[in-house]
Ligand binder design. Structure first.
Ligand code: BO1
Ligand code: ZN
Length: 253
């Protein structure tokens, strides 16, 4: 159960969820980043290449399609910022290809965006991380439409079993790094928030420069599922927020 919708994100979110009115909100339009060469912020992936027989679940939570890992196994180290355990990944998409991403890149919108949510390893639960400014690291990946099927995303073909909120299927564990752009060395970094209520300002965002591609029929798999009101779940993105007093940095090796 949840008492918010993408269609009421204007006034209602900030009325019902005070944190959504904050000054460090996400998403944003990523433009004019500052190069931070001194930053020790390379990304080290652990178990992102791991395959196995344990189960991921893929589910419709009424706001998105979410792929969940059973426990802290895959993780990332963000230089001096610490280590963050992979928790889940999910998607935001449009009714059509002209919209769908949450972040923009120099004003450019993409048909979809994938988020990989990681919890700081110094906290044991999402709820504990939610109380702390360094609680989460979320990776954002822009999704464009391409000619070929992206076989790493074969799990999307189970979306006909996920039409209704609360439905889920098992997915055999696969290497999470197959979902990422080939070039993981160019990325943008800024401090922001969860992009949906309760909008907590607890996220270190990393948005990769290079998009990934899904075929038109793979993007269509998103657009058949229903939301928490049994209406077609599309346009599940928040509009861009003001940067205010923040800087966007980039780092390239
Ligand atoms: S996002 O990555 O900024 N789009 C984002 C937005 C909202 C959440 C997570 C990521 N919400 C939270 C829920 C928790 C839940 C958690 C992990 O997702 O508020 O109740 O445990 O799935
Ligand atoms: Zn998200």
């Amino acid at each position: 159960y949840s008492n918010w919708d993408y269609s009421d994100q204007g006034a209602n979110w900030v009325t019902k969820f005070k944190l959504c009115a904050g000054t460090k909100q996400s998403p944003i339009d990523i433009k004019a980043p500052t190069c931070d060469e001194g930053l020790n912020n390379s990304i080290t992936f652990t178990n992102y290449d791991k395959t196995g027989s344990s189960k991921f679940t893929f589910e419709n939570n009424g706001h998105s399609l979410v792929l969940k890992a059973p426990g802290p196994d895959a993780k990332v180290t963000l230089g001096s910022l610490g280590t963050f355990n992979f928790h889940q990944l999910h998607f935001h998409w449009g009714k059509d290809d002209t919209k769908g991403s949450e972040h923009l890149h120099d004003g450019k919108v993409f048909p979809a965006e994938m988020h990989l949510v990681h919890i700081n390893s110094k906290y044991s639960t999402f709820q504990e991380a939610q109380q702390n400014a360094d609680g989460l690291a979320v990776f954002g990946v822009f999704i464009k439409v391409g000619q070929a099927e992206n076989t790493a995303f074969n799990f999307l073909s189970s979306s006909p079993s996920l039409i209704y909120e609360g439905t889920k299927v098992n997915v055999t564990q696969f290497a999470i790094n197959t979902l990422l752009p080939t070039d993981q060395t160019i990325f943008y970094r800024y401090k922001g928030s969860l992009t949906s209520p309760t909008c907590d300002e607890i996220v270190t965002w990393t948005v990769f420069d290079q998009p990934i591609s899904l075929s038109a029929s793979q993007l269509a798999q998103f657009r058949i599922v229903k939301d928490n009101h049994n209406k077609t779940l599309v346009d599940n993105f928040r509009v861009v927020q003001n940067l205010n007093n923040r800087t966007i940095t980039y780092w390239s090796e």
